[in-house]
Design a protein around this ligand. Sequence first.
Ligand SMILES: [Zn+2]
Length: 193
Amino acid sequence: MTITRVENSIFTSNTWVLVQPGEGTWLVDCGDVEPLLPLVEAPLHGVLLTHAHFDHIYGLNELVARFPAARILTTADGRDALLDEYKNLSAYHDSPYRLPDDSHIRLIADGDVLPLFAGIRAAVHATPGHNPSCVTFAVGEYLFTGDAYIPGVKVVTILPGGDKRTAAASVERIKQLAEGRVVCPGHGNQAPL
Ligand SMILES: [Zn+2]
């Protein structure tokens, strides 16, 4: 499996592109779609959503228009925010954005183990605090943390839905999960802890 980071134009969030040759592609989060296209190997199975803040979701409508079979995997809180421009904060950035409906959404929850490719699975760990919809995905030796943990950066908890104490507990959980793994955060480069 190859993992490529694409830095998005809005708030320099990351989209991570996971390709297994011969088996297709999964994304972690989705901003700008155009730069993803040369990287995606069909089929594009879907998007693992670290959380439903605007800068991590704003390409989803264009993505599912191009790849109608793609699923969007998120929590119940994430679904609510994908359908609400205030909950995903886009309304506060003068660019209200929402999904038209939940037809592409598949709900996930803490403890789920998702088959991505043959022999490669994503374990779902709820890591709220930055936002209620935050999850961390463990995929082999990689850990996709979104904004719940960005190495060297204090977790942002002042946005609506944020909670400092919950975030601190999630960071402790993530640090345990990160042992022996490479952290792939929602902003910035990969890093060992
Ligand atoms: Zn965020």
